[in-house]
Write a protein that binds this ligand. Structure first.
Ligand SMILES: Cc1cc2nc3c(=O)[nH]c(=O)nc-3n(C[C@H](O)[C@H](O)[C@H](O)COP(=O)(O)OP(=O)(O)OC[C@H]3O[C@@H](n4cnc5c(N)ncnc54)[C@H](O)[C@@H]3O)c2cc1C
Length: 452
């Protein structure tokens, strides 16, 4: 059946708004995983009733649907499934803040930073801030349960979601949390982190908090990754919870230097960036400064000026792009271990870097023990089996250290074959049953998260 016939009911309803000459939008063939696949059609929904209509029409014609926010996901969640329609939610950009209730109501296409900036106008704060916060959408954040720089102290996306409106494959609108009179089973919790496999999120209610008082930003450079990681462990052991504690190893520092030209440090084994907040912010940053010294930080900088501090944070926020720019191909993994195990994990990454004929570097939200480990291929051809082996070893080590295979980037396409390493059969079976209840014909994001 040709595309015109297959999509005829949708064309009847939406005319040329249904895009069939998809080759003019190649950006919609991939996310940051760089896996490429061509969809059969793309539709930009502008309202919730349109989402319902499209889902109904697709279900009746058995057309698979892949929801899409900004396409900044790392694991292929927004990559088109075979013969699918990509349903972009990026135009649903509602933003209504009710400051007296500390609540905001957002369209899934709203960019995370837009919510943060608007909340700040009311002296309110939305903490979950993935490093992609100026690109990623709230719908994508919900679907991936995104973490971020502030998440150790303030929690991740799920900790701020107080209700969802979401459309099922039956075209029915679910209203959860504050959108319903009462909740029984936690459907909000089931949809958060479900990576577009269960329903289209069409509106998100979030909780806001008062803007906390922040202390100085501290940059500490160490001779070795292990010294930096031990610093993280000691800060954690002393019960200090910085609002941000970010780690980058020496190779990532060099990539940043080449990209930003602003770090002012040429060589370092690793760098930590800290920010403290709350009533004890100043006392805590003083102690963090001392702990860095005790662990032989060779270069220490304390920045009280918020504008200058923002410059340091920009370095961290651009790190993913900087590392990507430093190689022909970047295979980005995202593992997480208890913070006390971070020294062992960074030592293991250094060992992989030594053993393999490619660069293996890491950076991440150290406070959470969350490390983004990158296998970086330059111009010399590398056997992909070797990289697969390195990734598998990284995952095995992470699990041995009591960690998890996905700190925050989800499973999608790239990690589904490793799911069984972390989850036992009953848990996996239960997750698959939940998928079947929501989407028995597997029309929503088929082929993702679970191996068939
Ligand atoms: C530079 C950079 C830094 C990053 N830093 C972080 C970080 O610090 N923390 C972190 O957690 N992640 C980070 N990421 C990963 C990514 O930004 C997040 O996963 C983000 O939440 C994805 O949002 P998105 O709008 O781009 O979603 P997309 O990539 O478009 O989609 C992601 C998944 O969500 C589904 N989806 C999207 N919208 C909806 C919807 N409305 N309803 C149902 N399903 C939907 C898609 O089908 C897909 O499975 C980073 C990425 C980059 C490129």
């Amino acid at each position: 059946m040709n595309s015109e016939t297959r999509f005829a009911p949708i064309i009847d309803r939406f005319g040329s708004r249904l895009i069939l000459d998809v080759d003019r939008l190649p950006g919609y063939f991939h996310d940051v995983s760089e896996i490429n696949a061509r969809p059969d059609a793309i539709f930009f929904a502008e309202t919730e009733p349109e989402v319902i209509a499209i889902i109904n029409l697709c279900r009746k014609s058995k057309i698979p649907i892949v929801f899409r926010g900004a396409g900044t996901g790392y694991t292929g969640g927004a990559v088109p499934s075979p013969s699918c329609l990509v349903l972009s939610l990026e135009k649903l950009r509602k933003l209504k803040i009710e400051p007296e209730k500390y609540q905001a109501f957002c369209g899934p296409g709203l960019i995370t930073k837009e919510l943060m900036d608007k909340a700040a106008e009311f002296s309110l704060f939305y903490p979950p801030d993935p490093a992609s916060y100026d690109e990623s959408t709230l719908g994508g954040n919900v679907a991936e349960n995104a973490g971020g720089l502030h998440c150790k102290k303030y929690g991740v996306t799920k900790d701020y979601i107080i209700g969802l409106r979401a459309v099922t494959i039956e075209g029915e609108l679910l209203k959860t949390g504050v959108y319903s009179d009462r909740d029984l089973l936690d459907i909000t919790g089931i949809i958060i982190g479900s990576e577009g496999l269960l329903a289209a999120v069409t509106e998100i209610a979030v909780r806001l908090i008062d803007v906390p008082k922040t202390g100085a930003t501290i940059l500490a450079a160490f001779g070795s990754p292990e010294n930096a990681a031990r610093t993280v462990s000691q800060v954690t052991d002393e019960g200090i919870v910085p609002s941000v504690m970010e780690y980058m190893d020496g190779d990532a520092v060099q990539a940043s230097n080449r990209y930003e030209h602003s770090l002012e440090i040429d060589q370092a084994g690793a760098i930590l960036l800290f920010e403290t907040s709350g009533e004890n912010a100043d006392k805590q940053s003083k102690r963090i400064y001392e702990i860095c010294r005790e662990h032989n930080a060779g270069h220490l900088k304390k920045e009280d000026n918020p504008a200058a501090a923002e410059n340091l944070w920009k370095i961290r926020r651009n790190l993913s792009k900087a590392v990507k720019a430093s190689a022909r191909e970047k295979i980005a993994e995202d593992v997480c271990v208890p913070p006390s195990k971070l020294p062992e994990l960074v030592a293991f990454v250094a060992q992989l870097n030594q053993e393999y004929p490619i660069r293996v570097n890491s950076y991440g939200h150290a406070g959470d023990g969350n490390l983004h480990v990158n296998f970086l291929i330059e111009n010399v051809p590398v056997d992909s089996a070797l990289i697969d082996e390195g990734v598998k070893r990284l995952f095995e080590k992470t699990l041995e250290l009591g960690g998890t295979l996905t700190g925050e980037h989800g499973i999608g396409l790239t990690k589904k074959r490793f799911l069984h390493l972390e989850f036992d059969s009953p848990t996996l079976r239960c997750m698959k049953r939940i998928k079947n209840v929501f989407d028995p014909a597997h029309l929503l994001n088929p082929g993702k998260m679970f191996c068939t």
